[in-house]
Design a protein around this ligand. Structure first.
Ligand code: IPE
Ligand code: IPE
Ligand code: MG
Length: 241
């Protein structure tokens, strides 16, 4: 292996996180209902998972439904949940064929019973797959995640299982929903918004950020490759010089 190859191996992202935004505006531009945008967005998910697998990325986290998205009209939430159920039902076979392990992060107990059952079924079925871990952030909020971690840690301290002096960065990381997974090296957000919208606040501390103007349904495999190439060209200093 040449030096360049080794260097590129070392800097290849292990974990990519994506804020899949702009489905509604994509549909609106076409005079279609918002759900048509979400449906087209599901197709982008399939392309992106495939692209990440081709690049040898081991972890992919997709922001699919935030804690704040519960504020949307009931009809849109219902349609999104049905779409998610259909997606899980149809794609489990493909995930098996591509050796993809499905995982969910968020307060998934808040999802409708049927959706939750479909989700757990897919998670169980794919549990032993090893090529790529696909984290779907569902009913996910980063502040809620940190609150849940704080509670778990406090319970351990109260039970005498953990000493306050031993709490460090790794204690927090290992009590988050993403415990055991590396932090994302790269965050991509589509549709041109420059904000985190309560996504992975702790885990994104040192991630490189790529914002694309495109709406999520227009996100192509080539956009993923461009973002990763961009990532390669950046110098990550982690506070050093
Ligand atoms: C992202 O697209 C998908 C979800 C949040 C579920 P949006 O639905 O936010 O689309 P815009 O931002 O309104 O265009
Ligand atoms: C973030 O998008 C959440 C998801 C992509 C699931 P939103 O469209 O909900 O975020 P805001 O409202 O623009 O911040
Ligand atoms: Mg949006």
């Amino acid at each position: 292996m040449s030096k360049n190859q080794i260097a590129s191996e070392l800097s290849a992202p292990k974990h990519i996180a994506i804020i899949m935004d702009g489905n509604g505006r994509w549909a609106n531009q076409r005079g279609l209902p918002r759900i048509a945008g979400h449906r087209a967005g599901a197709e982008s998910v399939r392309r992106t998972v495939e692209g990440c697998k081709n690049l040898g990325i081991k972890h992919l986290t997709l922001y699919a439904f935030s804690s704040e998205n519960w504020k949307r009209p009931e009809s849109e939430i219902k349609a999104l949940m049905q779409l998610l159920e259909r997606f899980l039902k149809e794609k489990t076979k493909e995930m098996m064929a591509h050796n993809v392990r499905l995982n969910a992060i968020g307060r998934t107990d808040m999802l409708p019973k049927k959706t939750c059952a479909q989700l757990n079924k897919a998670i169980e079925k794919t549990a032993n797959n090893t090529a790529l871990t696909l984290n779907l952030a569902l009913s996910y909020g980063s502040r809620e995640e940190i609150v849940d971690a704080a509670k778990l840690i406090a319970e351990k301290v109260a039970a005498g299982k953990l000493s306050v002096d031993d709490i460090d960065n790794s204690t927090i990381s290992s009590h988050l929903y993403t415990a055991g997974q590396p932090d994302p090296d790269l965050l991509i957000r589509t549709s041109g918004e420059f904000r985190l919208s309560n996504f992975l606040l702790w885990q994104l501390s040192y991630s490189e950020i790529v914002i694309l103007d495109k709406f999520w349904p227009d996100f192509a495999e080539s956009d993923l490759y461009d973002a990763v190439t961009h990532f390669h060209s950046r110098q990550r200093r982690f506070g050093a010089i």
